[in-house]
Design a protein around this ligand. Structure first.
Ligand SMILES: Nc1ncnc2c1ncn2[C@@H]1O[C@H](COP(=O)(O)OP(=O)(O)O)[C@@H](O)[C@H]1O
Ligand SMILES: [Mg+2]
Length: 307
């Protein structure tokens, strides 16, 4: 567990982070969400001591990180930098092997682990000899993720890891990423300014504004129990889609007025949330009726949630 208590950091007169406190629990993905300049990267970098706070305490599993040497601390933390942060003069293979080399892993162990991660992240082995500039933005970011996962650290910090991807590719990667077995035993803090990404990946979200935390909670709490008008407005433009995304098919089942067609039921079982279900149903005319039944059920359910 990562615990941040009353942490502040200024750069000259500029208060980048102001007395923030939050925890990231074991096995969860906690998303730091906020617009550019609100202090997300500064917060993340204080956790692996790339930046030292002016005041406050950061503990990992109850131990103050100030009591550890930065180098020792960083061996326990996988870090994905904003814009992938690959070394330009190293090949992909050398980039991925950076930390294992520091830990004196045997060559064969490095090769085996590299292959394993390339496969999980859908990267082709033939990129290993290339330099970062020869890769697409999306490939660079996946190599950045592979590098951070290499030594299977208990903690993972990711700074806008999918920022270079277009929206469609992003959604597919989110699904894969969330289900990656590598994450199951980790505490992950992921930084993003992308609201949809926060909802698709975060077990909990920590919303920041001007160096402060506005609200921490589950995606559901942000939509149905916003603490103030700032939070409400922050999610206003994507609201309906987000509501569909956090409603599972099970959630609205009690509100179905009629049963769906057999074909519809089958399709529905394949989709994780209502948004996906409606995407499937809206694509084909034979699903028109199912689509309507589902939307009506959702509207009934929704009436009971509003704040
Ligand atoms: N090394 C630095 N020197 C001076 N100002 C900085 C430095 N790093 C960040 N800042 C400032 O601190 C604030 C927060 O920055 P940052 O944590 O990078 O925000 P975010 O990652 O949310 O975009 C911004 O106003 C930024 O300009
Ligand atoms: Mg940043």
């Amino acid at each position: 567990m990562i615990s941040i208590e009353g942490v502040s950091k200024s750069f000259g007169p500029n208060k980048a982070v102001e007395t923030i406190s939050f925890q990231a629990n074991d096995r969860e993905i906690l998303v730091l969400l906020g617009t550019s300049g609100c202090g997300k990267t500064t917060t993340l970098k204080m956790i692996n001591r790339l930046i030292e706070p002016d005041s406050g305490t950061i503990c990992i599993d109850g131990k103050n990180i100030r009591d550890q040497k930065p180098e020792a601390l960083r061996k326990t933390i996988g870090f994905v930098m904003q814009h992938a942060g690959l070394f330009p003069h190293y090949t992909v293979e050398q980039n991925i092997a950076t930390v294992p080399n520091l830990l004196n892993w045997e060559k064969q162990k490095i090769r085996k682990r590299t292959s394993e991660l390339l496969e999980k992240l859908h990267l082709n082995e033939n990129i290993l000899g290339l330099y970062p500039y020869e890769l697409s933005g999306g490939q660079q970011q996946r190599v950045g993720v592979a590098r951070a996962l290499m030594t299977n650290t208990p903690l993972l910090l990711m700074d806008e890891p999918f920022g270079a991807l277009d929206t469609i590719t992003k959604s597919a990667i989110h699904n894969e990423f969330k289900n990656l077995d590598e994450l199951k035993n980790k505490t992950t803090i992921l930084v993003t300014h992308d609201i949809v990404e926060a909802f698709e990946l975060g077990h909990r979200i920590c919303l920041m504004d001007k160096g402060q935390i506005v609200q921490i909670g589950s995606p559901r709490e942000f939509l149905y129990h916003p603490v103030n008008s700032f939070v409400k407005e922050f999610f206003a433009s994507n609201r309906l889609m987000l509501e569909y995304k956090i409603a599972s098919v099970k959630t609205v089942e009690p509100f179905l007025k009629m049963s769906l067609s057999l074909k519809g039921q089958k399709e529905l079982n394949k989709s994780a949330n209502l948004w996906e279900a409606l995407q499937i149903f809206s694509g084909e005319q034979s699903f028109n009726e199912d689509y309507e039944i589902l939307v009506q059920a959702f509207n009934q359910y929704r009436k009971l949630q509003s704040v």
